[in-house]
Design a binder for this molecule. Structure first.
Ligand code: KG4
Ligand code: ZN
Length: 349
């Protein structure tokens, strides 16, 4: 089955053709970073306007680069949530127009399930059925959670952030450090050669193990990043000269606190679940410090590590087409892409 995937939930306009849920024939991503950079973050109005302008060329390029004809596509899969509603609507409208014109079904894909499918886009990764159950750290600009994947379509959330997402925390920290947008890669670059022990920033909820959130999650597997951001703000107020003189050390210490607090929860979840396979998905999965920490944990717990290929960590459409393809292969089917849902949850089942 050949699926055209479409992604427009935030500030990437993307299209891709994926065969059999894993074989990427093409993946085209138009990043809007340059348009949002002057504002220090994503401006929804600018994002949706740029999606409108870019969508036709991006979709056509994905089909051309895949070496297929429009008629060769079996279905169109489009992200229908979660995300910015004005951005989601552009991808949905484009997908529906293509579906009408081509006489092909148009399916709605959950953006979080798409990130999960990203780990299977590594040709060396096992099939989902062989890899599951997988303990997954999902870390992006909008989401941070720990979950168990029992099979395609079957998930259980173990922990989630109580405030900011990990990527959001990096983006806000980078802004305080004057490093620009997006913050994750900017902090990683600025931290090179810096001393991660320069300041011991808080790890958030470090001693919360055993207590429960209102929705019953173990606080020890949840994240909190707002205190870290505030700690950086107060450090800069107290030591303004550090911004110029110790920039690399500050970036390294801040990055270390984010990645350390993620790794601490992964360690607890490995202990609690006895998982044999560990995976990391989402934009922050690109981070080399995080990757190294997860490699060390996987080795210690003798777990197999599935790291999403770099090209499919940040938002892309190959993961969207892959998610739909994996659901078809698992016999679950895909819902029709009817409405955009900005807060579409990952269904636990
Ligand atoms: O998955 P993604 O493209 O979008 C969402 O679904 O949110 O993730 C974007 C996030 C941004 O917060 C960005 O700062 C972060 O991923 N990111 C990184 C790196 N590259 C992107 N964080 C840490 N290190 C990186 N190299
Ligand atoms: Zn994403």
């Amino acid at each position: 089955m050949r699926i055209l995937g479409i992604e427009s939930s935030c500030d990437e306009t993307a299209a891709a053709v994926v065969q059999a849920g894993r074989d990427v024939l093409s993946s085209v991503v138009h990043s809007q970073i340059a348009s949002h950079r002057p504002w220090g973050g994503v401006v929804p109005e600018i994002a949706s306007r740029e999606h409108v302008g870019q969508f036709p060329a991006v979709a056509a390029a994905a089909v051309a680069q895949a070496g297929v004809r429009w008629a060769d596509l079996d279905a169109i899969a489009v992200t229908h949530g979660p995300g910015l509603v004005s951005s989601l609507l552009i991808g949905l409208s484009g997908a529906r127009a293509l579906g009408q014109a081509l006489g092909k079904p148009v399916w709605g894909v959950n953006h979080l399930e798409a990130h999960l499918a990203g780990m299977f886009l590594d040709p060396a990764a096992p099939e989902p059925a062989a890899a599951c159950p997988v303990l997954v750290l999902m870390v992006s600009g909008g989401h941070s959670c720990l979950l168990e994947m029992f099979a395609v379509g079957h998930y259980r959330i173990l922990g989630q952030t109580l405030d900011d997402a990990a990527g959001e925390c990096l983006d806000k920290g980078a802004s305080l450090l004057g490093l620009g947008y997006p913050g994750g890669p900017a902090i990683e670059r600025a931290a090179r050669g810096g001393d991660p022990a320069f300041v011991k920033f808080p790890r958030g909820l470090e001693h919360a193990k055993g207590r429960r959130t209102d929705n019953g999650l173990d606080l020890g597997m949840c994240f909190s990043f707002s205190g870290l951001k505030t700690a950086l703000l107060y450090h800069l107020k107290k030591h303004p000269a550090d911004l110029a003189q110790r920039a690399a050390d500050l970036a390294a210490a801040y990055q270390e606190a984010v990645m350390d607090s993620l790794a601490l929860r992964v360690e607890r979840a490995l202990q609690a679940t006895g998982a044999r396979t560990l995976a990391c998905v989402g934009g922050v999965a690109k981070n080399a410090v995080l990757r190294a920490k997860l490699e060390a944990l996987a080795a210690r717990f003798q777990a197999r590590l599935l790291l999403t290929p770099m090209a499919y960590c940040t938002d892309n459409a190959a993961m969207v087409a892959a998610a739909a393809g994996l659901r078809e292969r698992a016999g679950l089917g895909n819902p029709p892409a009817l409405e955009a849902d900005p807060s579409l949850p990952l269904v636990e089942d």
